[in-house]
Design a protein around this ligand. Structure first.
Ligand SMILES: Cc1ncc(COP(=O)(O)O)c(C=O)c1O
Length: 332
């Protein structure tokens, strides 16, 4: 319960597609025009030229940095957040500038003002996840617009957007702002993390500039067609989202019963906790959980608390076990 994967295995439809296209594995993949067209249509964009495919969205961040970053340039991120933004930025010789969220009234709050203040003439990319991992919350659209208006390449990572539906997506901003790039993945709500399929949405010219650094055949035939099948299977997605959101509600409710634990309401497939007020550390929680057979994700000390940890929604059996283990641990 550590890496924000989906506990539900691929559907029969996806498995059939995998079997079908595995027979073509002697051939190189094509440019993915069909799936790129489908993705563009689903997001109200003009066509396949607005979509670039990646071997997971992790590869997409790489492509974006490759296109916009030179050694010494800066990338601004809002923390706590997904670790790859920093890792890949530093690999390109970039400097990551972390702007912490505000922690107030048991809530984590985005700090768009802080992000804007952190901009220098070296800032070449700003990256913000919406909803954010690990905090699970959204930033207001008007704040995204404020940042977009500054004209700096602005990556909005929508890895978990489907758990709340595409209505909150900011894909439409790519039509208004050339500097806005949306990243998505099939690893989360669609449950295909092992297939490796992600994509970006952007203005046509920007997409072309980013695609210029693509390795030939970076996405295989099987992931492309399997992803298309999953995208077309609306019921399959609904089932996964409904299951997840029900389990999130269960975990949030049960964890809120433990005195001293701050539960951060989430719109994704993980829940963040701060157990600082219980006197126990996140590390203690992780060690105890591991002894009981559960692997959770820690989060380094911040805001004067050492009590941070995150759980990924598992099967209903795993989630019940998680609650039992947490109740046992915190009542010791
Ligand atoms: C916020 C966020 N973005 C992107 C990703 C990367 O997903 P993938 O490379 O599997 O598409 C993750 C994975 O955990 C994530 O949490």
């Amino acid at each position: 319960m550590m890496s924000n994967e989906n506990p539900i295995p691929p559907s029969l439809k996806v498995l059939k597609t995998i079997a079908k296209y595995s027979k073509m594995a002697n051939r190189y993949p094509d440019q993915g025009l069909i799936i790129r067209g489908k993705i563009a249509k689903m997001n109200g964009l003009a066509g396949p030229e607005n979509v670039v495919l990646g071997n997971g969205s992790s590869e997409i961040f790489d492509m974006i940095y490759r296109a916009f970053l030179r050694p010494g340039d800066e990338v601004i991120q809002q923390t706590p957040c997904f670790g790859i933004y920093k890792l890949r930025c530093e690999l390109f010789g970039g400097k990551i500038i972390s702007v912490p969220m505000e922690y107030k009234d048991k809530k984590m709050i985005y700090d768009p003002e802080g992000i804007i203040k952190a901009i220098t003439d070296k800032t070449k990319v700003i990256v913000i996840a919406n909803p954010n991992n690990p905090t699970g919350n959204f930033m207001d659209e008007k704040e995204f617009i404020r940042i977009a208006e500054l004209g700096i390449p602005f990556v909005i990572d929508e890895a978990y957007i489907e758990y709340d539906g595409l209505k909150k997506s900011l894909a439409k901003l790519t039509k208004r702002f050339k500097n806005v790039i949306i990243t998505r993945t099939m690893s989360k709500a669609y449950g295909l993390a092992g297939l490796r399929f992600g994509y970006l949405l952007a203005d046509r010219e920007v997409a072309m500039k980013i695609a210029a650094s693509l390795l030939p055949w970076n996405v295989g035939t099987i992931p492309m067609w399997a992803a298309l099948t999953a995208l077309e299977d609306r019921k399959g997605l609904e089932k996964r989202v409904k299951f997840n959101n029900g389990q999130v509600a269960f975990i949030e409710k049960e964890m809120s019963k433990i005195p001293g634990i701050v539960v951060f309401p989430t719109r994704a497939n993980y829940v963040l906790f701060d157990a600082g007020a219980t006197g126990k550390t996140g590390e203690d929680v992780l060690k105890y959980a591991q002894k009981k057979g559960l692997i959770l994700r820690g989060n380094k000390p911040k805001y004067g608390s050492e009590g941070w940890f995150r759980v990924t929604i598992g099967t209903s059996q795993e989630n019940k076990m998680f609650i039992k283990v947490m109740k046992d641990f915190f009542s010791r």
